[in-house]
Design a protein around this ligand. Structure first.
Ligand code: FEO
Length: 414
């Protein structure tokens, strides 16, 4: 779905959604062939309009055009910056240039961040405190600080008249859903992988702040009927579901899944790993397999997305020179830096030619960052049938699910 969408959400609140299919690597880092949306919102009141966030700078012309479908830019009285990251604030300098009378509302840190990130000066800025309210044209806005989701200046806005909570990055996801709302079950099922991928890649490092901020929200006892994030679907049917999904994922709750990540130069590690995959599937758990081989390299973001809700990780990689085969070494660095202290259980499978060094180094990297290595299976050259039997026994010991169902194997779905 190319271009942008302007649609009424409820009452006088409208969404302006840009479907970005041009960005290949979000934050220049995460590969997103699925695309991403930027959701800005506009609330019309009898005393002018309130704009919430914006789009990436590349889409300035389209943003003005989309806004023009709803208001004259001179009618915008406030611009609420929930978060200064340029995927939402890229159009802010343009909007303020068109209408310098707009007052920007945001966390006290937002002004400097916006000015430094975009190299301009904001004429009118009003910092908002946690719990502060503003009434404009009879509409009340309640501002809630949501620190480190995923920047320190992140805030939410609650609009009581329409029971809607605007949450910027929180409760958002990658991809370009076919629908605006969570109306279609099939769409939701497809979308949830991208919600998890977004949470893990963008907010993952700060994931402990997700349950903290959700708890803070619950204590406010707000009547929330709609959750409107700045990426992806708007939740009007299942707002509690997306909140719980974020909370569980942030807590790295396992969902009956084994994720297998391996690099295989000449097939030896792959052969051993496949014995583990087969055994895991026999025990009825979902198995996701991410290879690095001579004709396929898996995507870092997708792997992390499956790591976060796995019960067990199987990591396979040989000794390479005096260390770990490079793709696995790189992966371990990314995983342990982005998702430290998950407490995930790991089984290591490794081969070597004349000296086995990789398994020990992998164990050290993992345990140093709060992963729990349960077992190491190491062999010289190719795995023997005895090695593979040992792998099966170890897997059988560590996997608790007892249904037998091979259909649980899923490979490279995304
Ligand atoms: Fe969607 Fe942190 O920006």
């Amino acid at each position: 779905m190319a271009g942008y969408i302007v649609r009424r959400i409820t009452g006088n609140l409208y969404i302006l959604r840009m479907n970005d299919q041009r960005t290949e690597f979000f934050e220049g880092t995460w590969h997103i062939p699925e695309g991403i949306t930027y959701n800005a919102y506009l609330l019309k009141t009898s005393e002018g309009a309130v704009l919430f966030d914006g789009w990436k700078k590349n889409y300035g012309r389209e943003f003005l055009e989309a806004l023009g479908q709803l208001v004259d830019i001179g009618e915008i009285k406030y611009l609420v910056t929930h978060h200064a990251e340029p995927d939402h604030s890229g159009t802010t300098p343009l909007i303020l240039r068109e209408n310098p009378e707009i007052t920007v509302l945001g966390h006290p840190m937002a002004k400097t961040l916006l000015e430094k990130l975009h190299g301009f000066k904001i004429g009118k800025f009003k910092p908002v405190r946690n719990g502060e309210e503003l009434v404009v044209g009879g509409e009340k806005l309640l501002f809630i600080h949501a620190p480190m989701l995923h920047w320190p200046e992140t805030i939410f806005t609650y609009i009581p008249s329409i029971k809607t909570l605007l949450t910027c990055d929180a409760f958002g996801g990658y991809s370009i859903p076919r629908t605006i709302f969570d109306d279609d079950e099939e769409e939701i099922n497809e979308y949830m992988f991208y919600v998890k991928k977004y949470l893990v890649t963008v907010i993952g490092f700060h994931r402990r702040n997700i349950p903290l901020n959700i708890e803070k929200l619950r204590k406010l006892n707000l009547d929330i009927k709609i959750i409107a994030p700045a990426h992806g679907l708007v939740w009007r049917n299942y707002p509690e579901f997306i909140v719980k999904y974020y909370e569980d994922t942030a807590k790295a709750v396992g969902r009956k899944k084994v994720t297998v990540i391996y690099a295989s130069m000449y097939g030896a590690v792959e052969e051993a790993v496949m014995a583990a995959v087969d055994e895991a599937a026999k025990h009825g758990c979902k198995v996701k397999v991410y290879p690095f081989t001579d004709n396929h390299h898996s995507d870092w973001g997708n792997i992390l997305t499956d790591v976060i809700d796995s019960d067990l990780l199987i990591i396979g990689g040989a000794t390479y020179d005096t260390g770990i085969v490079p793709p696995i070494h790189a992966f371990l660095t990314i995983m342990t830096s982005r998702l430290p202290n998950t407490g995930k259980k790991v089984v290591i499978i490794s081969s070597y030619g004349w000296g086995g060094l990789a398994a020990k180094q992998m164990k050290e990297i993992l345990e140093d960052k709060g992963y729990k290595v349960l077992d190491i299976i190491q062999f010289q050259g190719r795995p023997t049938s005895k090695d593979k039997e040992k792998i099966r026994q170890i897997l059988s010991q560590h996997i608790k699910y007892k249904e037998t169902n091979k259909e649980h194997i899923e490979e490279k779905q995304h």
